[in-house]
Design a protein around this ligand. Structure first.
Ligand SMILES: [Zn+2]
Length: 651
């Protein structure tokens, strides 16, 4: 969208901010303070602070801010600049708009060149205008809460344990029932019709403008720095023309529901301080939590918790390298809640070890719990959180009769599939141990079952399609390609399981001439990640690395053979990322990768055949047994050959 471009052009026409004023804004606006609204920063030594980058998704912090030099730079994605650049990028603002916002916040009086002392036309700073309009609207609505019309709303609050003070603390308001009261009020305050429509406060119908929210109880939704960006509205009257119990601000330039968290302005500092965030389901639950002494509660607004919400929280949560904080979900005890938990487990698993659930046995949400049992009960609910994985495993295990031996076997087998799908390999063993305790089997048995599950596609029980092989460089060769495809189209760059595949492909993309002579034995099976497999397929479709023309043409030729988006992105990355070797790759370096890759494939097949052999009776199934034994011998020989070639070429 070229909105920011349009704004920039407009402000160029309507008057420039004077250079010395811009310099003053740069000087006065504290970059660490501005950044802190979005990212929790920790001391990184040497006068720098660091946190999780808001411009790319990361698990450990590479986003650095140096207040003394007023700069930020991310070592992960190379975004960098000064405080103005930061605000522009994170809010999608034009230059002038970012300067104006900072000037406002840090008390710099801006003067405009070309003789004009007044700010440029209003289009140039849409966001502050929309936030201002929301602020005026929020005040107006809050004021109306004491009107006689609003008695149903006040009753609603009272029934849920919220008194006048609570309503004021959260800025709750009431939207009058007549069609355009707010519209008239805002117009009178100097806001223009387009601004109000763009901001979602007012809608336009056949008979003119009317208020979006009518006859409803309103919660102002704020961004992390406290600006009102939207409203959540609860139905109060039976004759409400809109059936939905809750109505929210639609997507606007300042309201993105995939990122908005109700309560974030109140919870932000406590989330950073305690490295804990509590995700509840509704506005009244957020209120109940905060009033009960759980100040880290937030809620999504009219949408389920998604990856963007997770990113917003993780940036605030980040504490230090070892401890990455907790996200606690309160779920209903009912089936829907439990299904949601299982789904969360199957989704973005990167943080599964940090995810907890707090379940109220009677299925009460925090608001009802506070009503029934008081503030302490809400605090206890959160304190009694359990790790998500334990909750999900418990649910799986509960489906089996653990008094029976076959029930235990089935329970372990079913739960092992879940455990093996966890991408954080460091957690797998602990989870396997826990599973063993839960079911009452030997730890080794649970581990073996997890390893077995890791070797085959999830949900596929046709047997060990792929063996699991320990990679001597650390990490177990984990979920099969199919599992990986479902959970992550782009391989995690730091995942050691794929380092070898990645490096070999980098060589093929960047140094095809060096790899060419050795690449003959490689085939698609050598790549366990589907995205890497896709890159190899493109290399293969172009005749393999030995068919490569000079390198500039090579990459574009490969690109032409790629249709899937993740594969195209991976290809670009493989083309620019430096090789792990700092020197020019020698034949030995290439061999170490190419042959090792094939050796791992051989190892996987060996494990697979061995496991089949174990399950085959050498007497009753002699022919089959002997065939597999022969295959195993041949595979072992093949593997030794590969190893010797790797070493031979290295020497
Ligand atoms: Zn970054």
């Amino acid at each position: 969208m070229s909105l920011s471009g349009r704004r920039r052009r407009l402000s160029a026409v309507t008057g420039r901010i004077r250079e010395d004023d811009i310099a003053l804004v740069r000087e006065r606006a504290r970059i660490d303070e501005v950044v802190a609204s979005y990212v929790t920063l920790r001391n990184a030594g040497g006068g720098s602070e660091k946190g999780l980058c808001p411009f790319h998704d990361e698990k450990s912090p590479s986003f650095h801010v140096t207040p003394a030099r007023q700069v930020f730079y991310c070592f992960g994605c190379q975004e960098g600049g000064d405080v103005i650049t930061f605000l522009q990028k994170i809010e999608g603002l034009g230059f002038a708009e970012a300067v104006e916002r900072l000037a406002d916040k840090f008390g710099v009086q801006l003067r405009y060149a070309e003789g004009s002392a007044s700010p440029p036309r209003r289009e140039t700073h849409l966001r502050p205008r929309l936030i201002e309009a929301h602020k005026v609207a929020a005040d107006y609505y809050a004021d109306r809460l004491s009107s006689s019309d609003a008695s149903v709303g006040r009753q609603f609050l009272a029934e849920r344990g919220f008194d006048k003070d609570a309503a004021e603390r959260f800025g709750i308001g009431f939207a009058p029932r007549d069609g355009d009261a707010l519209f008239k009020h805002l117009r009178q305050k100097g806001f223009r019709d387009e601004e109000l429509v763009t901001g979602g406060l007012v809608a336009q119908g056949g008979r003119g403008h009317y208020d979006r929210f009518r006859g409803r109880l309103l919660w102002p939704i704020r961004d992390s720095s406290g600006g009102v960006i939207g409203f959540g509205a609860r139905r109060l009257f039976d004759d409400d023309r809109i059936d939905a119990k809750y109505l929210n601000t639609p997507e606007t330039p300042i309201y993105k529901k995939s990122q908005v968290l109700y309560g974030i302005d109140l919870a932000r500092r406590d989330i950073a301080r305690s490295s804990q965030a509590v995700v509840v389901e509704g506005y009244t639950d957020v209120m109940a939590c905060h009033l009960s002494g759980v100040p880290t509660a937030v809620a999504t607004c009219g949408t389920s918790f998604g990856e963007d919400h997770g990113r917003v929280l993780r940036r605030l949560l980040h504490d230090h390298e070892e401890f990455r904080g907790e996200i606690i979900f309160t779920f209903d005890g009912d089936d829907a809640g439990q299904r949601a938990a299982v789904r969360a487990f199957g989704g973005d698993q990167q943080f599964v070890g940090q995810t907890y659930v707090a379940i109220e046995p009677d299925g009460l949400d925090p608001c009802d719990l506070r009503l029934r049992s008081g503030d302490a009960a809400v605090r206890e609910l959160v304190a009694r959180r359990i790790p998500l994985y334990r909750f999900v495993l418990g649910n799986v295990v509960a489906r089996y009769d653990l008094d029976r031996a076959d029930g235990r076997v089935d329970a372990v087998r079913e739960a092992a599939k879940l455990v093996s799908s966890i991408r954080d390999r460091s957690k797998v063993d602990a989870f396997a141990r826990e599973l063993a305790g839960m079911v009452g089997v030997d730890v080794e048995e649970a581990r073996a079952e997890v390893r077995r599950a890791a070797g085959r596609p999830r949900g596929d029980d046709r047997g060990a399609a792929r063996g699991s092989v320990d990679d001597p460089r650390g990490g177990t060769r984990g979920p099969s390609a199919e599992t990986a495809e479902r959970s992550a189209p782009l391989p995690d760059l730091r995942d050691p399981r794929f380092t070898l595949e990645r490096e070999t492909l980098k060589l093929m993309v960047q140094q095809p001439q060096v790899v060419g002579p050795m690449a003959g034995g490689i085939d698609g099976e050598d790549f366990t990640h589907p995205t890497y497999r896709g890159v190899w397929d493109a290399v293969s479709a172009c005749g393999g690395p030995s068919a490569a023309p000079d390198s500039e043409v090579w990459v574009s030729k490969l690109r032409e053979n790629v249709s899937a988006e993740p594969v195209a992105r991976a290809l670009n990355a493989l083309a620019v990322e430096p090789l792990l070797s700092t020197k020019e790759p020698t034949a030995g370096y290439v061999a170490a990768h190419v042959y090792r890759l094939q050796e791992l494939t051989a190892l996987r097949r060996i494990t697979e055949v061995k496991s089949k052999l174990q399950r085959t009776n050498p007497v009753d199934q002699a022919t089959e047994y002997n065939r597999m034994f022969g295959e195993l011998v041949a595979l072992e020989q093949h593997r030794r050959d590969l190893r010797e070639r790797a070493i031979g070429d290295e020497a």
